[in-house]
Design a binder for this molecule. Structure first.
Ligand code: SAH
Ligand code: SF4
Ligand code: F3S
Length: 447
């Protein structure tokens, strides 16, 4: 029998990346293999994101491109899934304008994928299956992970925070946590299979276990993962400032495997804007967290963030408070966004929307300050020896290897292929704004 192939296109955050790994695992269990190129695929899935308007646009663009391929290859299944599918107006648009799409499913029923495909193959008709709410956590799903040496591990799903700009609580449902024993079992198995670094995933990892009434909180979970033999680095994403506990800050002191980095989205530097965003912390309490984190790590911790400019009603004064906060914190990196109104969220209804040119102007000014801070932070690395988890050949130059320091900085250096997947010591020789250059030190492959 001819081999069958799949191709998955993924938009959005790590949650979606990991969901795609699970879909790939389910498809591999059904006997499908990853397609060498998209046109070879028997099944194409697009895993979508709704976070900003341009994510929606990119999806419809990609779908448009697939129409011809679908027509020319009888029997090819095109499926769409992910956050956009949790919104009714999107499903309506697909039914109307893209009625050739074979399969639509949502974020709560990924585990159904094999049955849905079998149904399409048997009945030769399109299938739409979107659950509006989650119906429990499905453990034990396979995953085909992108890297053999580092892995995403979900710890919570969904979000209860309802920041007024954000669509995620509507597309991912209410927050629920995986049981600690299930998480630790998965990580032990990953460690046994050669994984060195785990990234614990959730929209707000800091509230782990709270809504479910577990007696283990997020900091306890870190301490437990720290004990797992074979794991060398622990990361997590994302951490909401309102729930960042002193106990977690203490884990930076006690847990040697916890990477000395935190991604702590601030979104804005003005209390007025933070309040309208429903973020539930203030500029002052955020800066106090930064102070404590720096104190606990003797200043070593790398701090990254997310910032939105042009939130409705943001005045020049408010925006300057964001800039001054950035100068004060001096971030190691940031994901920076122009506010994008999402239908169905409260902020999309606010009347004081900011004109696009003003948003763009603020965005440029913010990037300048960010770049200055990043260049200054990176300069400190020159001459230091850093432990780098080697990820593979660099994208620009295949002869160069690329990896990440504990603080998440990208380092490019000359090395040997057997270093991929290992943590190697690299002396930093040059600091750039967005990356570091280094040379690998004496390194024993048996390590
Ligand atoms: N749960 C995470 C964020 C997930 S979304 C947290 O709370 O930190 C990732 C980022 O996208 C957010 O931090 C925010 O900066 C940005 N974002 C979300 N909705 C947005 C919108 N409507 N417009 C612009 N940026 C947005
Ligand atoms: Fe969105 Fe806020 Fe939840 Fe993050 S915490 S996913 S920004 S609602
Ligand atoms: Fe996008 Fe959904 Fe993630 S909206 S950012 S893929 S949770």
């Amino acid at each position: 029998m001819r081999e069958k192939f799949y191709h998955i296109m993924t938009f959005g955050c790590q949650m979606n990346e990991h969901d795609s790994e699970i879909m790939a695992g389910l498809l591999e269990n059904m006997g499908y293999r990853e397609a060498p190129k998209r046109s070879d695929a028997d099944i194409i899935l697009i895993n979508t994101c709704s976070i900003r308007e341009n994510a929606d646009k990119r999806f419809f663009g990609s779908l448009g491109q697939l129409k011809r391929l679908h027509r020319e290859k009888p029997g090819m299944i095109v499926g769409v899934c992910g956050c956009m599918m949790q919104q009714e107006h999107i499903i309506d648009a697909i039914k109307k304008k893209y009625s050739w799409v074979d399969l639509v499913f949502g974020t709560h029923n990924i585990h159904e994928l094999p049955e849905l495909i079998t149904q399409i193959l048997n009945e030769r008709q399109k299938v739409v299956s979107v659950w509006q709410e989650h119906r429990g956590i499905f453990e034990g799903l396979p995953a085909k992970r992108r890297y053999p040496f580092k892995a995403f591990v979900n710890i919570t799903y969904g979000c209860n925070n309802f920041c007024t700009y954000c669509i995620v609580p509507y597309t991912r449902g209410r927050e629920r946590s995986r049981r600690p024993e299930d998480i630790l079992k998965e990580i032990r198995e990953l460690a046994d299979s050669g994984v060195r670094e785990v990234m614990l995933l959730g929209q707000n990892v800091n509230s782990y276990g709270l809504a479910d009434g577990f007696d283990m909180d997020f900091a306890d979970l870190i301490y437990a993962v720290n004990e797992i033999e074979g794991i060398e680095r622990i990361r997590f994403m994302t951490s909401h400032p309102k729930d960042l506990s002193d106990k977690l800050i203490g884990a930076y002191r006690d847990c040697e495997k916890l990477a000395c980095h935190i991604h702590l989205p601030v979104q804005a530097g003005s209390d007025r804007v933070l309040k309208r965003m429903n973020r539930k912390y203030t500029r002052g309490s955020y800066l106090e967290l930064i102070r404590k984190l720096r104190e606990a790590t003797e200043g070593r911790i790398a701090i990254t963030t997310d910032i939105i400019v042009g939130f409705p009603g943001e005045t020049e004064e408010d925006f300057r408070e964001t800039l001054s906060l950035m100068e004060e914190v001096k971030y190691d990196s940031a994901f920076t966004f122009l506010y994008s109104p999402r239908p169905g969220t409260p902020a999309a209804e606010y009347e004081d929307q900011i004109p696009e040119p003003v948003k763009h102007d603020r965005f440029e000014r913010m990037r300048e300050i960010l770049d200055e801070g990043m260049a200054e932070n990176n300069a400190v690395y020159e001459g230091r020896i850093e432990k780098v988890l080697v990820e593979g050949p660099s994208r620009k130059n295949r002869k160069t290897l690329t990896g990440r320091t504990e603080s998440m900085k990208i380092v490019n250096f000359e090395g040997r292929p057997e270093m991929i997947g290992q943590i190697v010591p690299v002396r930093i020789t040059e600091a750039k704004t967005y990356s570091l250059v280094g040379e690998v030190m004496e390194w024993d492959t048996r390590q």
